[in-house]
Design a binder for this molecule. Structure first.
Ligand code: UD1
Ligand code: UDP
Length: 369
């Protein structure tokens, strides 16, 4: 079996780490890095920390408008797919790198497999929502992190090739949690103590690219009674500077560089709570049982809201302030995202499709803990 995996942005390196490890024990992987993220702390650090093999191809696409960035990726991925003739093109999440892979795979008539299929925010203003919908509809295999995602796909008429595998990020958290506790010195380095700080991340286009929203978030975070540790995405730094909000942010928040995965998980695990607009961080907070306040009006990870671990407040100062002053009271600890073996399940399904004679696993075979 020959699998061509496409990654390009921070969360995709983290997701691919799990699957790549399993994949290489049973088949050949050709790893394409589109270069969408290129700064050392958004890219290389994850390859090093998570032992991801060097990409076979780095397309060096870097930042651009959505259309140009996606087009450059398509143009660069297509000849590699034609030359290497993979059995399957494996895509992750909802970035422009995901969409570019989906378009190439469907045009080149290669089997397209989507990890994290079936998620919807139902907000078509989000570039990621368009990427998700188009990728799911172009995919031959959909690996869904939850039963709800399977139902969502069914509601859109996608039932063939759909598997509930669980979520690969849960695999990762389980794999690194112990290592994080022994190896990360980030709390000591920053001079902070567990449960005595709030962690915050902001990078969503709707929050960064509208001054009023970024300022409202800053006002909300500034009201916190605990120090706010803020690993800043370069997009957010650029916008804070452009809007003349940088000095204010630097005074009110503990702004730090984007963190490597181990240090970030340590911060997330020990924070009193997290305030974020990240998809992955909402979910990891839930796995680590850190209450989450989400700076969006909707989420794809609805299970985390239903059970009380996640509160949606949008970029709204009063709602952020209220959320920070109120104790979140989770009402249950369900396991909607599988049992921590999503990577194995995905690879075993691919193996059965392209190599082995064993029957396909039943969807129901996933039994949460
Ligand atoms: C992208 C994804 C988003 C994902 C996020 C993960 C899309 C449409 N968006 O958003 O879904 O949640 O990655 O972090 O695919 N920049 C740098 N250095 C880098 C990369 C980016 O400085 O290495 C700056 C550039 O100014 C760039 C801006 O960040 O214009 C945005 O980068 P881009 O990759 O387009 O989108 P993200 O906001 O990172
Ligand atoms: N992350 C990290 N360092 C940081 C911020 C986030 O390692 O400074 C990790 C985080 O643990 C999660 C992933 O990056 O696994 C989330 O990426 P991001 O928020 O950029 O994107 P999204 O999940 O919203 O697409």
């Amino acid at each position: 079996m020959r699998v061509c995996s496409i990654v390009g942005a921070r969360p995709q390196f983290i997701k691919a780490a799990v699957v790549s490890r399993e994949l290489r024990s049973v088949g050949e992987e050709i790893l394409i890095h589109t270069g969408q993220h290129y700064d050392e702390e958004l890219s290389d650090v994850f390859f090093e920390e998570l032992g991801i093999p060097e990409p076979d191809h780095n397309l060096g696409v870097k930042s651009d408008t959505h259309g140009r960035q996606t087009a450059k990726m398509i143009a660069a991925i297509e000849p590699i797919v034609e030359d290497t003739d993979p059995d399957v093109l494996l895509l992750y999440g909802d970035t422009n790198s995901t969409l570019a892979g989906a378009i190439v795979g469907s045009k080149c008539d290669v089997c397209v497999a989507h990890v994290e299929a079936g998620l919807r925010s139902y907000n078509r203003e989000m570039p990621e929502e368009i990427n998700r919908v188009l990728t799911d509809h172009a995919s031959d295999l959909c690996f869904a992190p939850s039963e709800r995602a399977v139902e969502t796909l069914a509601g859109e008429g996608i039932t063939d090739g759909v598997y509930w595998t669980g979520d690969v990020m849960y695999d990762n958290i389980l794999a690194v949690r112990e290592r994080v506790a022994t190896q990360s010195t980030v709390l000591e380095d920053l001079g902070i103590s567990a449960d005595e700080f709030i962690l915050a991340t902001v990078h969503r286009q709707s929050n960064t690219d509208q001054r009023a929203n970024l300022e409202a978030i800053l006002d909300g975070l500034s009201s916190a009674s605990l120090p706010v540790v803020f690993p800043a995405h370069p997009r957010t730094v650029a916008k804070l500077e452009e809007y003349g909000l940088w000095e204010r942010a630097a005074d009110d928040l503990e702004i730090i560089e984007p963190q490597g995965y181990l240090d970030f998980v340590r911060l997330l695990d020990t924070a009193e709570r997290v305030v974020t607009d990240s998809g992955g961080v909402q979910k990891e907070a839930f796995f680590l049982e850190t209450p989450c306040v989400t700076l969006r009006e909707e989420t794809e990870w609805t299970e985390t809201v239903d059970c009380g671990w996640n509160e949606l407040v949008g970029p709204n100062t009063d709602r952020i302030r209220n959320a920070l002053q109120t104790d979140q009271e989770p009402n249950s600890n369900p396991y909607p995202y599988g049992d921590g073996s999503a990577g194995q399940r995905i690879v075993s399904i691919l193996h059965q499709q392209f190599d082995a004679t064993t029957p396909e696993p039943e969807l129901e075979s996933l039994t949460p803990n």
